[in-house]
Design a protein around this ligand. Structure first.
Ligand code: NAD
Ligand code: UDP
Length: 313
């Protein structure tokens, strides 16, 4: 199949492109390189089944494809808040363009939605039936509400135009190829620990997250794309929940660092707890994560250690 991956040079997108090439597909990787990098897909550039297109999905594009994975959107709070108007345009105009393309060439389209559609959740763990608790006018809204509208557009194109859609709600995912300056907690803590700097815990660190390794996520994404007769939404994540303070202590211990923990103000609207209920993914896709957090974190620590050595030499 010919498969388009928007945001293909980003963290998750690059792992997805790699997997799709391995599975024998022709992959078109589209990216505007806002947070993505050519380094993430450099190893694929020599593959005859891989093509790279520099394009911004806020502008329309016509391509002959069978499948579209729509991942283009900055995912880290510092990056999506850098230009919030652009972020919401990427989610809303971008998905309109991708849905228009899917409709025209009769491609199946999967939208990378997020646990952020649940906002600061009052239901725990979060099931797909929960409608969420989202501030529509806060600093995170450009991302959260953009992703919520994208889900609405997916379902409306499906009902109105018969477009074959799939929606996944991704919970915090980590792994090699996260950007060094990404600002998300996994990369921040690992880089701080490796440099011997203080680990910056926001608030008291009592808030929780549940971290999923990227290869597990990619397996769930491809299963969902090829699952017949099920549009979703479906949660994809690892239910292993931890407080951010425990997570900081774990990173210090896994890296063997002498770093200390310092406390910084909690950003506005930071969700207090987050844990996916993945029963639906289990029943419909036969999917559950297989990589335990320690194994995944060691691979990620190795990645950053190598990257930082390269940058220093
Ligand atoms: P990332 O920032 O590494 O990747 C996003 C990619 O999209 C980058 O390569 C960026 O350059 C590209 N991009 C941004 N705006 C674009 C535009 N207008 N046109 C073309 N390309 C554009 O982030 P990621 O973690 O790989 O996230 C990928 C997707 O998964 C995003 O849609 C994100 O919202 C979603 N997601 C990720 C997580 C996570 O924990 N990593 C959680 C929930 C949802
Ligand atoms: N966080 C932190 N220190 C950091 C970066 C993040 O304590 O240096 C916290 C952040 O406040 C949030 C959690 O870690 O509660 C996860 O943050 P991230 O930006 O990775 O993702 P999100 O908030 O979107 O889940």
């Amino acid at each position: 199949m010919r498969v388009l991956v928007t945001g293909g040079a980003g963290f998750i997108g690059s792992h997805l492109c790699e997997r799709l090439v391995l599975d024998g597909h022709d992959v078109l990787c589209l990216d505007n390189f806002f947070t993505g990098s050519k380094r993430n897909i450099a190893h694929l550039l020599g593959e005859s089944r891989f093509e790279l297109i520099r394009h911004d999905i806020t502008q329309p594009i016509l391509l002959e494809v069978d499948r579209i994975y729509n991942l283009a959107c900055p995912a880290s709070p510092i990056h999506y808040q850098y230009n919030p108007v652009k972020t919401i345009k990427t989610s809303v105009l971008g998905v309109i363009h991708m849905l228009g393309l899917a409709k025209r060439v009769r491609a199946r389209i999967l939208q990378a939605s997020t646990s952020e559609v649940y906002g600061d959740p009052q239901v725990h763990p979060q099931t797909e039936e929960y409608w969420g608790n989202v501030n529509p006018i806060g600093l995170r809204s450009c991302y959260d509400e953009g992703k919520r509208v994208a889900e609405t557009l997916m379902m409306d194109y499906h009902r109105q135009n018969g477009v074959d859609v799939r929606i996944i709600r991704i919970f915090n995912t980590y792994g090699p190829r996260m950007a060094l300056n990404d600002g998300r907690v996994v990369s921040n803590f690992i880089v701080q620990a490796l440099r011997g700097e203080d680990l910056t815990v926001y608030g008291k660190g009592e808030q929780t997250r549940s971290f999923c390794f990227v290869t597990d996520l990619v397996e769930g994404m491809t299963r969902m794309m090829e699952c017949e007769g099920f549009a979703g939404p479906v949660n994809l994540g690892n239910p292993a929940e931890t407080t951010i303070l425990e997570f900081a202590e774990r990173i210090i211990s896994l890296t063997g660092s002498r770093s200390k923990i310092v406390f910084r103000p909690l950003p506005a609207d930071d969700p207090q707890q987050r844990q996916p209920d993945i029963s639906l993914a289990g029943t419909r896709l036969g999917w559950s994560p297989t990589v335990d957090v320690e194994t995944g974190l060691m691979q990620t620590i190795d990645y950053f250690a190598t990257l930082m050595k390269g940058a220093a030499s």
